[in-house]
Design a binder for this molecule. Sequence first.
Ligand SMILES: Cc1ncc(COP(=O)(O)O)c(C=O)c1O
Length: 397
Amino acid sequence: MNGNILNNLGSLPAVFSHGSGSELFDVDGKGYIDFVSGIGVNCLGHAHPALVKAVGEQAARMIHVSNYYNSDKGLEFSKALLGKTGMDRVFFGNSGAEANEAAIKIARKMGHASDKAAGKPEGTRKVIVTLEKSFHGRTVTTLSATGQDKFHDPAFAPYTPGFRHIARNDPGSLDGAFDETTCAFMLECVQGEGGVNLVDAGWAKAACEAARKAGAIVIVDEVQTGVGRTGRFLASEEFGVDPDVVTLAKGIAGGVPMGACLARGKAADILVAGDHQSTFGGNPLACAAGLAVLDELSKPGFLAKVAEKGDYIRSKVSAWKLPCVADVRGKGLMIGIDVTGTAKGPATAAEIQKACLKAGLCVSTAGPQTIRFLPPLVVTMEEIDRGLEIFKTALAG
Ligand SMILES: Cc1ncc(COP(=O)(O)O)c(C=O)c1O
């Protein structure tokens, strides 16, 4: 426990001081295999030489310059990111929630413009449809976008109006989902916080088509799935979703805080000077880190390896055929394992997480009975095997 921090964060009993590759070390020198990577952030693991060099060199040149101006690294990184994703323009912020706030503002302003063009009363096209079990952030508006009741605590009301949640993969949920009131459809192709749930590609395609037919844009929240996590640079590539707006954060700068909202076509042109801003967004330090991440991920075979390592983990855990493992799923290195608990061992995901930590493995949870693995994308087969051995032992209790 750290009594200096507000009580809203529950902390596990470990105090880390440094890391190397996919290993973390606590202040007592104990080593841990890291299957969390800062909740999908440290995609290059810890102390990756290219990232260390890029951040160090940039810190020695210029850490920040207000976005009154451009920076060389800002121009370089935005060009590289747009080249990688095929999008037209990008807004840089500092977190996933901030990237989603920008996406929501783009959608709302497009709805406003569409009302005007169609001669409809102002405020007609304002609704954003998102998925049940989705997670889009912790600001009041992104909580409203989030399709989970547990995040709509009346203590923090009033929430932002104008969001509707529909069931994922249910063809019936598309009946009447999109109409003249809808300005956007926003989805995660793999829901991270909601339990590592995959969207069905056929359903996602039909949903996007229905949204577009009704005049809405498509936003993909790739805050957790993006930047190679699922074995593609964007998960939406794999699911056949062709977005107007993409949001990224987490792994984008390997641990230096950064969020990005990328847009194409009309969505890329709708915001004008003064519409949106963020003091730290896209500063040269974060952009230098982002460039180093992009360089590594663009190396031949890097993303294919991510997919292979994910398949290996899933097939290995499935092959154990443990009665306490109810399901293993995911894409690339975004893996969900439903656990039922054993008579003598830990029963819940939180208990398993604690048991793993004690034994030297960091894992995450995604719901009361779901363990989530988000190892660094550079995790080695040897580290995977060591981590899985600890996990198996912890499951047995
Ligand atoms: C899909 C998704 N969107 C948005 C967020 C919010 O990101 P941040 O915590 O950086 O604001 C998260 C965080 O877990 C996420 O997984």
